[in-house]
Design a protein around this ligand. Structure first.
Ligand SMILES: Nc1ccn([C@@H]2O[C@H](COP(=O)(O)OP(=O)(O)OP(=O)(O)O)[C@@H](O)[C@H]2O)c(=O)n1
Ligand SMILES: C[C@](O)(CO)[C@H](O)COP(=O)(O)O
Length: 410
């Protein structure tokens, strides 16, 4: 075991982090919010997510951030309230130069190892930071990678394929890339002295300087936000995360209609109301309760009233529709559902519903087992339009919300 590993086990290694954030993000565009590292994802600037990941990591001792001189106010706002001192340093014209300047700024802190990370990789997780720290040796850096999974093509003339490149042994490099501090600082200084300024990552500089670089497992989630679309997707991803842990509330709706025929009363929401006609139907033709039954079943994908009580079955002839509602409530409860509220609208020219509303609410309270403030029964005419307007029948619409166990699936 080398000295770095021994000290790391004893937690005696000083770990510094460089976050490079001085680029202009030209490929992503600015969208009125400044360069991409300051654009908002999940309600915070991109770089705030990155800073939080490192500021909250227990093994990180010092953080230096390379920023563009024009971004001072944006950076201060993004870093405000992190509760951790950070060195901010003006970056250079290239990523390589920004990294070097931040390394120089850290030299006074004498860290043993340093992790160098893109400010625009906001989905960095603590486990990956640990893997990189643990992968660094006295004489070797650590590079997080993911295996290339697309087939690789080499372009020839115009847009024609010249050949297929084997992807065996090929990996995409991520950050944070970790190194013994002094070795990577020296490599950067030597590269600069040699006039080499086009390295796109720090592992390349380490390789150029003769340092071995060990591959460690990266993460497909640890994407670099390069294009405008990457930022839109990152925002959506965090939006989806915000849904994590929300209660599994589901809404069902139901609709039913029955025609009038000769008779002397209608049954609506469990209440018999004297009328000069009755509603025709196999059961008691209670449109309100039929719509309610469908709404309840809809909250758990359990079919509709006809699935459970086929009109062809003689046993439901003249049956009180309360049976249907109670059956649907049973199905909801079997699945652990708790009814949050029910709302029924009856649509008819007559009879008048208002005088019977209280009795109807009492019926529903009994059937659903919820308090009256969670039950709504409304009525409206159809302004004399259509079949309802011609008093040929009554329609009902029901909406129900049910809270099921667990949380909203991702
Ligand atoms: N002069 C530079 C250039 C880049 N970076 C940083 O290096 C990281 C990765 O670089 P890249 O995605 O290429 O960012 P930009 O250079 O900003 O993007 P573009 O090339 O589209 O302008 C970013 O966090 C970026 O801010 C930097 O600190 N200094
Ligand atoms: C360092 C880097 O993130 C490794 O993948 C990447 O090379 C930097 O971004 P660029 O677009 O290549 O400048």
């Amino acid at each position: 075991m080398n000295a770095l590993h021994e000290n790391r086990r004893a937690n005696r290694v000083r770990v510094a982090v460089v976050i490079v954030a001085a680029g202009r993000g030209e490929r992503a565009g600015q969208a009125g919010e400044g360069p991409k590292q300051y654009r908002m994802i999940g309600g915070k600037p991109v770089i705030r997510h990155t800073l939080e990941a490192f500021a909250g990591h227990g093994r990180v001792d010092a953080i230096a951030v390379a920023i563009h001189p024009d971004d001072t106010a944006l950076f201060e706002a993004a870093a405000d309230g992190l509760g951790r001192d950070m060195i901010s340093v003006h970056g250079g014209a290239s990523r390589q130069e920004s990294t070097r300047l931040a390394l120089v700024a850290l030299a006074g802190h004498a860290p043993e190892i340093v992790l160098i990370h893109d400010g625009v990789r906001p989905f960095i997780e603590a486990g990956l930071v640990d893997r990189v720290i643990d992968g660094i040796a006295d004489d070797a850096g650590a590079l997080p990678v993911v295996a290339v999974s697309d087939t690789l093509k080499k372009r020839g003339d115009d847009m024609y394929v010249e050949g297929t490149v084997s992807r065996a042994g090929l990996y995409a490099a991520q950050t944070p890339q970790g190194f013994p501090f002094q070795a990577i600082l020296d490599a950067h200084e030597n590269a600069r002295r040699s006039g080499l300024g086009n390295f796109t990552d720090d592992a390349s500089i380490a390789e150029w300087a003769g340092m071995r670089v060990r591959l460690v497992e990266g993460s497909p989630d640890n994407v670099k936000l390069t294009w405008g679309r990457d930022i839109v997707l990152a925002d959506q991803r965090l939006g989806a995360n915000a849904m994590r842990g929300l209660p599994d509330v589901r809404t069902g709706n139901g609709y039913d209609v029955h025609a009038f025929e000769e008779g002397d009363h209608v049954t609506l929401c469990g209440v018999d109301i004297p009328h000069d006609r009755k509603l025709s139907g196999h059961s008691d033709a209670d449109v309100g309760l039929h719509a309610l039954t469908d709404a309840l079943l809809a909250t758990c994908g359990a079919g509709d009233i006809g699935t459970h009580f086929p009109p062809s079955d003689p046993q439901w002839k003249g049956a009180p529709s309360r049976i249907f509602v109670e059956h649907a409530v049973g199905i909801v409860r079997e699945r652990g559902g708790r009814i949050a509220n029910a709302d029924i609208t009856l649509i008819c020219e007559a009879p008048r519903i208002g005088p019977h509303r209280e009795a109807m609410v009492a019926e529903l309270q009994d059937m659903l087992g919820i308090s009256v403030d969670r039950i709504s029964i409304k009525a409206t005419t159809n302004e004399k339009l259509g079949f309802i307007g011609r008093s040929e029948g009554i329609a009902a619409i029901a909406t129900v919300s049910v809270v099921y166990p667990g949380t909203l699936p991702e």
